[in-house]
Design a protein around this ligand. Structure first.
Ligand code: TXA
Ligand code: MG
Length: 586
């Protein structure tokens, strides 16, 4: 990974902001890098005829310079300025599919710098069909070299938000054209010879090419060991989220089934079961080995609905769904794939189970991307690349969110002295380090999360013990000296969404005094049990989270308490966030 320098206050430009578009186009023509939408995925563009500008794309992407960029145009008349030979095959492809999701590789002219083509004597030309994109390209007035606008090694971006997540601070501006229609990158076709060779499958399928050209195109296929890649991009493991991805291949010809329909035929019931059960069985298998596993599922609505109908609460607590539409809809799956991988990754799942398709059309492109996300081999991209930006406090421009909701968790202890201050402190620290957050349902809605504490038997305003403060600051590198004890009462409960007590008797006490809180109150132990996170002692008995207030003990005991609470809260963190209706923003 190349070193990335954060240099810009990246501007997010809305589609209807004429002045913003003009400003971004001017910046691009003067050598800056700008993210822009296309119908396939977002691109990261620079003036294709300016080698210095092109090198800035590689810096922003953290991508090695040995991978050629494709050149984007807004008018077919530009082709003759960039290309020295248009073969009959190339001409036929241009006539049939431009503008559209295709990149045609042709012999280049000298004006195209070798920085763009990574030293090759060919250049990929693409004319997108996205109206805002073409308007912007025309405003730039130069051919625009652009790879997909993701960080090297992470899934291609299909929304402006994805681009901001990866590129904020590294490029001049990002133009927001809404979610990309296709969702997978263009079909790359080498048309320098007589027979077109498909280097990367996309929405323009081999059947469409064969039909238009009345020939049989070739498919370069997957790279064999030791083989020199025809398209240098083929050697990288692209599109990878931070966690493992496992493909669950769907049965063929499943059609569309509404699981709620009352008159399902036996055949339809069987099909439904055949679609959904492999996901759920696999999830159960994973949980058997690792009861704390968080499992992402990228599948059709039938799978989610069947999981809900199965009514297994513990299994459900571990499942994070990203539904793309009807199970059999490969177009919808393609449209949502990269977004889904990013989304589930942010929900901190350990593994993603993703629907796989059999078929010869768009299925080929979809499976090509999904297999790469699932692939373990040929990983030339440092796998840390994606995680690096996922950790730490990212500064996200707040205007990305259309609105913001707040949600909070309340920790209850006996006197809200030491334990209250410590839990609130640890959880607040986790929120700060893992944030920002957005709504699970809509990432345009930000989530402001916080933690509070209160006690059942409190002398209001008491502060934590000196040893508690010392232990906390040594382990957490923060302070709780300002914490003031507060009584647990109705106004406090009303202000919080989830209530967690340190031990079981406090939960019992709360619910017997305030029956209306039932369902919102858990002890740490019962909360873990509700998620199936049951810890067994050596004798096989079920262990519960047992933490006592170390009041009056030595510093060592306090430190032990802080460490124990930290460990429990780190395990519970993703579950609590999900119950608050939120997920990590990036
Ligand atoms: O849909 C798309 O194609 C998007 C949007 C932004 O236009 N762009 C895109 O660019 O996906 P990129 O750089 O992520 O992928 C371009 C692919 C790479 O695999 C690269 O190796 C290949 O095209 N390529 C580019 N020029 C080539 C050439 N002259 N010969 C062979 N392969 C080439
Ligand atoms: Mg790419």
């Amino acid at each position: 990974m190349m070193e990335r320098k954060k240099i810009f206050d990246t501007k997010l430009i809305r589609a209807n902001d004429e002045d913003g578009l003009k400003d971004a186009a001017k910046a691009l023509s003067e050598g800056r890098v700008v993210g822009f939408p296309t119908e396939t995925v977002y691109g990261l563009g620079a003036d294709a005829l300016n080698p210095e500008a092109v090198s800035r794309i590689f810096e922003a992407k953290g991508r090695p310079g040995d991978n050629p960029l494709i050149v984007h145009i807004w008018d077919k008349s530009q082709i003759s300025e960039l290309v020295s030979e248009v073969t009959p095959a190339a001409q036929a492809l241009i006539d049939a599919f431009m503008p559209g999701p295709i990149t045609v590789i042709m012999k280049k002219k000298d004006v195209v710098p070798s920085e763009v083509t990574a030293g090759l004597d060919t250049v990929g030309i693409r004319m997108p069909s996205h109206p805002l994109c073409n308007k912007f390209l025309k405003m730039c007035g130069c051919p625009v070299a652009a790879p997909s606008a993701n960080l090297s090694g992470s899934p291609s971006p299909t929304t402006a938000l994805h681009v901001m997540n990866d590129m904020d601070g590294y490029v001049y501006a990002v133009i927001d054209g809404g979610p990309c229609d296709v969702g997978l990158e263009s079909t790359v076709v080498d048309a320098t010879g007589e027979v077109p060779v498909i280097l990367r499958p996309g929405a323009v399928t081999s059947a469409m090419i064969d039909e238009a050209l009345k020939t049989h195109s070739e498919y370069a296929g997957a790279l064999q060991k030791g083989q020199v890649p025809a398209s240098p991009g083929m050697k990288y493991r692209h599109y990878a989220p931070g966690c493992e991805v496992k493909i669950i291949t769907l049965p063929e010809n499943i059609g569309q089934i509404d699981p709620h329909a009352e008159d399902l035929t036996d055949e339809q019931k069987q099909k439904l079961f055949a679609i959904a059960s492999p996901f759920l069985l696999e999830a159960q298998k994973i949980l058997k080995d690792n009861p704390a596993a968080r499992i992402g599922i990228f599948a059709g609505s039938e799978v989610k609905e069947l999981a809900e109908m199965a009514g297994d609460d513990i299994l459900s607590a571990h499942l994070n769904f990203c539904v793309y539409g009807n199970t059999c809809d490969v177009e919808a799956a393609s449209h949502k794939l990269f977004d889904g991988l990013r989304l589930l990754d942010r929900q901190e799942v350990d593994i993603i189970l993703a629907a796989g398709f059999k078929g010869d059309d768009l299925e080929v492109a979809y499976m090509n991307r999904l297999s790469k996300a699932a692939g373990k081999s040929g990983d030339d991209v440092p796998s840390k690349a994606y995680e690096d930006i996922d950790e730490g406090m990212s500064e996200i421009p707040l205007d990305l969110f259309e609105n913001v909701f707040t949600a909070s968790v309340l920790f209850i202890s006996d006197d809200d002295g030491n334990l209250g201050a410590i839990t609130e402190g640890i959880f607040t620290d986790l929120l700060r380090r893992k944030g920002p957050f957005c709504s699970c349902e809509d990432e345009k809605v930000g989530a402001e999360l916080y933690a509070e504490s209160a006690g059942l038997f409190v002398i209001e305003g008491t502060s934590p013990d000196e040893n508690a403060c010392k232990a906390y600051s040594q382990i957490m590198d923060g302070t709780i000296v300002h914490h003031m004890a507060r009584r647990a009462e109705v106004s406090v409960f009303d202000a919080n969404d989830l209530i967690l007590t340190i031990n079981d008797s406090q939960a019992f006490e709360l619910i017997s005094n305030f029956p209306e809180l039932d369902g919102r109150v858990f002890s740490l132990s019962s909360y873990m049990a509700s998620k199936g996170l049951v810890m067994k002692g050596e004798d096989g008995s079920i262990a519960s989270v047992s933490i006592n207030d170390p009041a009056g003990e030595d510093l060592f005991t306090y430190k032990h308490t802080v460490l124990a609470l930290k460990a429990w809260l780190e395990i519970l963190f993703p579950y609590i966030i999900k119950d608050l209706g939120a997920m990590r923003f990036c």
